[in-house]
Design a protein around this ligand. Structure first.
Ligand code: FAD
Length: 452
């Protein structure tokens, strides 16, 4: 029998805690037990809780912590296919497969996410323009359904269930295991070109020109820069380094993957470390310390993809009030909306510690999958920033009008009436959900708040 405790949970932003019965099963039979023994407030799966808002919370109901189901069930080193339980983290998967010359096809800005969470949010990485989102690399998964049956789902055998679940925020069932296609790499290093970009036009032009020939690209924006420097950025484009790219020392053990994590941030930081002034200072320093241009610079996989994972519990730096992540995408052609939003943030002096600009390639068929072809901007604001709610409400409207959308895995405050505009396939999702789960067993705070 799995362990069950009543606990308050939040997302990574540490806002809006709610209390649920949290079960920690260690095998699929125990997940099933918890599904059957639920209360009428329903059930939701939770991975490593790296969503920023409330999709892995269920006030008054059951939350199934899937991290105990973290076994690799099969590894085909010839074809680069891994079958694993859904609670396995990308971190652990990288530790296992990198020494054999394989890497995950899509990684977000942290490797501390589970396979189930990666499917639930259909996550994207710095290579979306080249490789698409996570679910495109999933051959099939096993889904525990509301009636207790387990279904094998692949895009060929059952496209409706597959694409309702990919990006479906855990609302179609519980993914128990998945088969994932890996990508081959010669080393655990990245070859990176870094360039400072003087303003928003400069960075967008360079990304538009360069993305076709670069597998990974991302720009870090100084959102507090004003005037002629508005949108000044540091652009990083990378490729997996080949063995021939490494100097003698790393070439001796080219697939070594031992990322280091510095000590954590203390939990009792009353005001937090990140406010308007410290963020302005950080942005300025980040921009100035970047080389004007440096090509072919070697970085470790962790240093390139997951710099924040280097500090444990960095989300505590915002203090007890927590922070909001706001990520939207607007289609190509709606560059004016992106510019207006960057201008408004700068004019309001709203401090975002990390502001990241990327270009997405075509979206996948996930009903609620976030990426669409266009520009995406992600911002982190301290939750206590004065005027933040009104500012973001205004951005939501502009994004929706431009045919764009806000990322559900990061949302904690959007109004429900905009969701059908942002996600035009919401009605199809609801239809698929009601067929798969007619009694509404799978539910979360996010689903209630946004009427998904
Ligand atoms: C520092 C940082 C950087 C990030 N960068 C990116 C990025 O670049 N790109 C990106 O796309 N995202 C990014 N994210 C968000 C993160 O990738 C997603 O929120 C991801 O879903 C988190 O996975 P998790 O295992 O923590 O899942 P949780 O946050 O616990 O859950 C996320 C959703 O998945 C569902 N879920 C979890 N497990 C299962 C399961 N077994 N079966 C069915 N549903 C399940 C949950 O119900 C929930 O709806 C970032 C987050 C952080 C903290």
């Amino acid at each position: 029998m799995s362990d069950v405790r009543t606990r308050a949970l939040t997302g990574w932003g540490r806002t809006s805690p709610t209390t649920a019965r949290v079960a920690a099963p260690r095998n699929p039979a125990e997940v099933h037990e918890r599904l059957i023994g639920r209360t009428d407030r329903g059930v939701i799966a939770r991975g490593l809780g790296r969503s920023y808002g409330d999709p892995a919370q269920n006030a008054g109901g059951t939350v199934i912590d899937m991290t105990g189901l973290d076994r690799v069930l099969d590894l085909d080193l010839e074809r680069g296919l891994v079958t694993c339980q859904a609670g396995l983290s990308l971190h652990r998967l990288m530790e296992l497969v990198l020494p054999f010359g394989w890497f995950v096809p899509v990684t977000p800005g942290t490797r501390h996410v589970t396979i189930g969470g990666a499917i639930g949010s259909d996550i994207h990485g710095k290579n979306h323009h080249a490789d698409g989102a996570f679910a495109q690399h999933v051959e099939r998964f096993e889904l525990l359904q509301a009636d207790g049956t387990v279904r094998q789902v692949s895009p060929e055998s059952d496209p409706e269930t597959f694409w309702a679940t990919a990006g479906g925020m855990g609302l179609t069932g519980i993914v128990l295991s998945a088969v994932l296609r890996l990508i081959p790499v010669e080393t655990a290093w990245m070859k990176v070109d870094v360039a400072r970009c003087a303003d928003l036009d400069d960075v967008m032009a360079r990304m538009a020109d360069g993305d076709a020939s670069r597998r990974y690209s991302v720009a870090w924006l100084d959102c507090l820069a004003t005037g002629a420097s508005l949108g000044r950025s540091v652009l990083e484009c990378g490729e997996h380094a080949a063995l021939a790219d490494l100097p003698a020392r790393p070439a001796r053990d080219p697939l070594r993957f031992r990322p280091r994590t510095l000590g954590g941030v203390p939990s009792a930081l009353p005001g937090g470390l990140l406010g308007r002034h410290s963020i302005a200072l950080f942005n300025e320093t980040w921009y100035r310390k970047a080389p004007r241009r440096k090509d072919g610079h070697l970085k470790t996989i962790a240093g390139f993809f997951h710099p924040l994972d280097g500090v444990r519990d960095w989300n505590r730096m915002y203090g007890p009030a927590g922070f909001l992540q706001y990520q939207f995408v607007v289609p190509f052609g709606a560059e004016r909306t992106l510019r207006r939003i960057v201008e408004s943030i700068s004019a309001a002096g709203a401090p975002s510690f990390l502001t990241v600009l990327k270009r997405f390639g075509p979206g996948d068929p996930g009903h609620l999958s976030f990426p669409i072809e266009g520009w995406t901007l992600a911002l982190d604001f301290p939750a206590a920033t004065p005027g933040l709610a009104a500012l973001l409400d205004g951005f939501d409207r502009q994004v929706a009008e431009a045919g764009g959308r806000v990322y559900l895995a990061k949302d904690s405050r959007m109004a429900p009436d905009l969701v059908p505009h942002m996600y035009p396939r919401l009605a199809e999702f609801r239809q698929a959900r009601s067929t798969l789960d007619p009694d509404g067993v799978f539910v979360s705070d996010l689903a209630r708040r946004l009427a998904l």
